[in-house]
Structure formats: structure tokens, C-alpha cells
Design a protein around this ligand. Structure first.
Ligand code: NAP
Length: 161
């Protein structure tokens, strides 16, 4: 899908979260997430919305759920086909921001993936889907370390077929 990206922070084994919470939380990644998604549309599953607890300011917040959810500042879709039809018509940049179920669902659709890759593991119960690295070109956007753990922020761009 045009202008569709995913953004996530993953452990060395692809771990994304545990007990409906993030594994990694540090200022550089939060800043990167904020700056990358600001002004765009962000799309998340209901569990990720629950874990964030509110709409994120300065972005159009979309939540996918089969349930009725009411909260300030969010648009809810109950069905992927309806959501896709809406996203297709949306001119600006769109980001899948999690969780595991949405990353898996949209992996084949996303043109770009921004992954903050942590050089360490933590126990996790949800994982980023495996993907074929050969299908993407890679740009390292930032490197650093947080609490002694190295990280790299990588932009994966799907190669033209
Ligand atoms: N590391 C990161 O960058 C990152 C980012 C985001 C989230 N996370 C982590 O990921 C975990 C959550 O991921 P998750 O996979 O468990 O949950 P999720 O993807 O956030 O949400 C799953 C929910 O989305 C709804 N949904 C999914 N597919 C649907 C469909 N086809 N139609 C309608 N509704 C659909 C359902 O909501 P209902 O049950 O309401 O119907 C489903 O229960 C947490 O641990 C979170 O901290 C990590």
C-alpha cells in the first residue's frame, strides 16, 4: 500500500512486548517514534491502544477492534477490509504502530519498516513477524546505547520487484 510504513522496537530475537507492555522504553526511541509519526496517521490494535491508554497528540489515531470502543481522539474500525479501503484513500503517510497482530497482518503491505533493533533479549510473549531481509534495502539512521545495550534504528525499504 502506498505510503504505508511500520514502526517498532524489537529485541535481538524479535521480541516486542510482554504482558501487554513494551520491553524497551528509552528517550531516544520515544523521540524517534514521535518525530517519525508526527502529523501522520497511526494505526494500532486494541491491545496496543489499551497499553498506551490515550490517543497520541498531533496524529490521526486509528484503532482496529471487533469491540465497541469509545475514547477521545480515536477512530475505530471493526474490519480490516474497511480499514484498508479508508487507508488507501488517505493521501498522507500511514504508520502501523503495533502490536504483533497488526505487524503480521500488514507486513506484506508495508513499503517501509522503521525498526529500533536492540542488541539484547528480554522475555517476551509477542514477536515481530519474521521477514526476508533480502527483499529490503537497509539504511542505518541512528546508533547508540541505552543502559549499556546497543541499539540501531534501521529503515528497511522494500525493493521494487
Ligand atoms: N515493541 C514495539 O514497538 C511495540 C509496539 C506496539 C505494541 N507492542 C506490544 O505488542 C503487544 C500487543 O500486541 P498484540 O498482538 O497482543 O495486540 P494488538 O495487535 O495491539 O491488538 C490486538 C487486537 O486488535 C484487534 N484486531 C486484530 N486484528 C483484527 C481484525 N482483523 N479485525 C478486527 N480487530 C482486529 C483485536 O481487538 P479486540 O480484541 O478489541 O477485538 C485484537 O484483540 C503489547 O505487549 C505491546 O506492548 C510493542
Amino acid at each position: 500500500m502506498k505510503n504505508l510504513a511500520m514502526i517498532a522496537c524489537v529485541s535481538r530475537d524479535g521480541g516486542l512486548g510482554k504482558d501487554n507492555d513494551l520491553l524497551w522504553r528509552f528517550p531516544e526511541d520515544q523521540k524517534f517514534f514521535r518525530e517519525t509519526t508526527m502529523g501522520a496517521t497511526i494505526v494500532m490494535g486494541s491491545k496496543t491502544f489499551d497499553s498506551i491508554g490515550r490517543a497520541l497528540p498531533g496524529r490521526e489515531n486509528i484503532v482496529l477492534s471487533r469491540e465497541e470502543i469509545t475514547a477521545d481522539g480515536i477512530k475505530v474500525f471493526h474490519d480490516r477490509a474497511d480499514l484498508d479501503a479508508y487507508l488507501e484513500l488517505l493521501p498522507g503517510q500511514k504508520f502501523i504502530i503495533g502490536g504483533a497482530s497488526l505487524y503480521k497482518m500488514y507486513l506484506p503491505e508495508a513499503e517501509v519498516m522503521y525498526l529500533t533493533e536492540m542488541d539484547a533479549k528480554k522475555p517476551a510473549d509477542v514477536f515481530f513477524p519474521e521477514f526476508d531481509h533480502i527483499k529490503y534495502s537497509t539504511t542505518i539512521l541512528q546508533t547508540g546505547d541505552t543502559n549499556g545495550v546497543n541499539y540501531r534504528m534501521i529503515k528497511y525499504t522494500r525493493k521494487e520487484v
